[in-house]
Design a protein around this ligand. Structure first.
Ligand code: B16
Ligand code: MG
Length: 216
């Protein structure tokens, strides 16, 4: 049985990944580091601190602690400029119907995101009330693929890992779910998410009934 569904945010509920990329790209340019969309794949699901470390590794650069922190602030300010313009219509296709169907069936819904901006984004999209629990970058210490974020989601919804299904667009997130003993639906392409129980392109043609059948 499925008693709780745990949703990643970026890339699953909304395509904020493109805004993360634009902000990191701008920062990399300022640092004189070449940064491509391919490189950006490595940043998905990864914390802000680790993301900047990866970019610096790409460019073979190091920064003082002070500069590191000011570049992180800069990136986030730029990211929020994009995010704050988001409207409800940027919720990815099918997501709202899926959330409503889960509510109707009494399945618990939780957020499991690495982002420290998660609450702000849920509020902007007007979907905060769908969530029985919100676990985000402000409440976890270990980054995906560590299962902490999802284990906390299970705990907060009063369910066991075996009763949870995780929805993830990032390889690190799929691994986090598996490490937590949960079933996982990959959102995106089979190539990167092959370890998931099933992979679907999104929620547009995927119902709660389809989910149950696929995991039965
Ligand atoms: P912030 P998710 C993750 O969110 C993003 O995938 C990742 O690209 C980002 O660096 C991370 O959140 C931290 O976000 O800078 O907003 O705290 O996919 O786990 O929902
Ligand atoms: Mg994600």
């Amino acid at each position: 049985t499925i008693k709780a569904c745990l949703f990643d945010l970026d890339g699953v509920i909304v395509d904020t990944a493109k805004y993360h990329f634009l902000a990191w790209k701008r920062l990399a340019d300022e640092l004189g580091i070449n940064f491509t969309e391919d490189d950006n794949e490595k940043l998905k699901g990864v914390s802000r601190v680790r993301s900047l470390e990866i970019i610096l590794e790409l460019g073979g650069k190091t920064l003082s602690e002070e500069d590191f922190n000011s570049f992180m602030t800069k990136k986030n300010d730029w990211y929020l400029e994009y995010v704050d313009q988001m409207k409800e219509d940027e919720i990815l296709p099918g997501v709202l119907d899926f959330l409503k169907a889960l509510k109707a069936e009494g399945v618990k819904v939780a957020l499991g995101s690495a982002s420290k901006n998660a609450m702000r984004i849920l509020n902007l999209l007007n979907i905060t009330d769908y969530f029985d629990a919100i676990i985000d970058g402000t409440s976890v210490s270990a980054a995906k693929p560590d299962p902490e974020v999802f284990l906390k989601g299970a705990e907060a919804t009063g369910t066991t890992p075996a009763e949870c299904v995780v929805f993830e667009d990032a390889e690190a997130g799929v691994e986090a779910a598996i490490n937590g003993g949960m079933r996982v639906v990959g959102i995106g392409e089979e190539e990167a998410l092959g370890k998931a129980n099933i992979v679907v392109p999104g929620f547009a043609n995927f119902s709660v009934e389809d989910l149950k059948k696929a995991l039965a």
